[in-house]
Design a protein around this ligand. Structure first.
Ligand SMILES: [Zn+2]
Length: 287
């Protein structure tokens, strides 16, 4: 018993290290220079921490994941978001270009926006789990992690009127442990990694062009892959307070639909395939 306790303490310590070493400060950041430093630190240390500290990240490469060359998949984390109708406008953009996407929803934000969850499903997009809570998954012990998955299913089930059938998962915060992976695998979920990201969750609209070009560059470099953007940021209850303090800061996601349209047009012009494939099969075949 005491051995078990010390083991779980060690695991918890390790999880905390994973996050602390990234240098990410999610609150109180206003100055652009600080934000830029955060983005760089997060990008560099996400890869580094995976090897050195034993926690894993959602970052992957198209080649190694077995994703088809030339195919581009859009995925959106943390939604749905009712602020300035961000998610609804994003749905309109995707519909305009007949693009099917994966929405990795937070249970907490889904419970606050059941109509938008239904709209996402009705428009034919896939819904994946980001867990219930707006707190980072890697901070959770095993029990909380498991409860967080189940609570998510309840929230989505309540919104859709039926248990979610599709079991894709991506940990909120982007980091996870081997034990957590075992829990979601046992629950029948498959991880959806990311190959193209701009760490947009820490960017306000002033950095929109930077985000667009980072995504386009990553897609070009890997000749396709899975794009990650955020139509919401953490729990909407927290976001509301942060927006009051900093209306144009990173908690304001209203620029995402416009940025997505820009990315679509650029990637289409470069000959990438954005539609007309079976998204479910491609994500299900990720190795
Ligand atoms: Zn997230």
């Amino acid at each position: 018993m005491s051995e078990q306790v010390s083991m779980s303490k060690r695991v918890e310590m390790k999880q905390r290290m994973c996050v602390l070493r990234t240098g990410v400060r999610r609150t109180g950041v206003r100055r652009t220079s600080v934000r830029r430093t955060n983005v760089l630190l997060l990008a560099a240390l996400a890869f580094w921490s995976a090897g050195v500290l034993g926690c894993r990240t959602i970052n992957g490469s198209r080649d190694r994941l077995g994703l088809p060359e030339g195919v581009v998949i859009f995925s959106f984390d943390d939604g749905p978001n009712h602020f300035e109708d961000t998610t609804v406008r994003l749905l309109e953009t995707l519909e305009k270009y007949e693009i099917q996407a994966l929405f990795v929803l937070l249970g907490e934000n889904s419970a606050a926006n059941p109509d938008v969850v239904r709209a996402i499903a009705q428009k034919g997009h896939l819904i994946g789990s980001h867990g219930y809570s707006g707190k980072w998954a890697v901070w959770m012990d095993e029990k909380r992690f498991r409860d967080n998955l189940i609570r998510w299913e309840d929230a989505i089930g309540a919104a859709l009127g039926e248990e979610p059938q599709i079991r894709f998962y991506r940990p909120h915060g982007g980091f996870y442990t081997a034990r957590q992976e075992r829990i979601w695998r046992d629950a029948g979920y498959a991880l959806v990694p990311v190959t193209a990201r701009a760490y947009d969750a820490v960017l306000g609209e002033a950095r929109r062009e930077k985000a667009v070009s980072a995504i386009v560059a990553a897609v070009e470099k890997q000749r396709g892959g899975v794009i990650l953007l955020h139509d919401a940021r953490d729990s909407l209850a927290v976001a509301e307070k942060r927006l009051a303090q900093d209306p144009v800061g990173p908690f304001n996601r209203s620029w995402i639909p416009g940025a997505v349209e820009e990315i679509i047009l650029i990637l289409e012009a470069k000959g990438f395939k954005l539609r007309g494939f079976d998204l479910f099969s491609i994500l299900g075949a990720i190795r």
